[in-house]
Design a protein around this ligand. Sequence first.
Ligand code: PMT
Length: 221
Amino acid sequence: FRSEDLKGKKAIVTAGPTYEAIDPVRFIGNHSSGKMGFAIAEELYLRGADVILITGPTSQQVAYKGIQVKHVVSADEMYDAAVHAFDGAAIAVMSAAVADYKPVQAAVEKIKKKQEAWSIDMVKNKDILLQLGQQKKAGQFLMGFALETHNEKENALAKLKTKNADAIVLNSLNDKDAGFGVDTNTVTIFHQSGNETKVSLKPKKEVASDIVSFIIKHLHV
Ligand code: PMT
């Protein structure tokens, strides 16, 4: 039941949120469920690829034992796993919602409630997509995502360019029944050639199938 479209090709996918520790009890995270990334990993597997799925904390389970799953918690851990796995990959899809910032230092002990107001010093996380874009070699297809609430197209195109991706999948939080948590999605895929592909609202599994078909069509062989 697996096709041979991507036979012998290595594909890596990031999925889910990252958790940035504040102390042993608290973290900074986001609403990503991992559903979109898991669906893409499963679809790549069904098209014959050797898949490594790097996922942040999620309750999702992969449908196929043949998919290699690496569990990570923080953006730093996801960065290390993705940079390592990218070597020799023909396809990389960065669908994780990676925290842009982390607390400068996670407290070793639980932070006690003190004054009325409290602030946390934050530092920027390393950008995984940017790094892979910089180390990308000929023949590697790199797809990023962009989750936007305003100036969606403009922001997606800026990410396509600055991160040296081959394509960017835009998710707008203004679309109903799409994005975080739900089982459906609608996206627009921007390719570096300038073409734009709209995927209408449908189950994430079907959106994943359209995304993987797009990748196969645009793969540099
Ligand atoms: O998990 P679900 O509930 O199914 O929801 C799916 C989704 C909405 C999370 C997914 O479809 C999606 O849009 N993922 C990208 C979310 C995001 O963080 O977008 P961004 O615009 O902040 O990041 C742009 C790109 O850079 C993404 O490919 C992201 O993985 C990558 N990135 C961001 C920060 C960072 N430090 N490293 C990165 O690689």
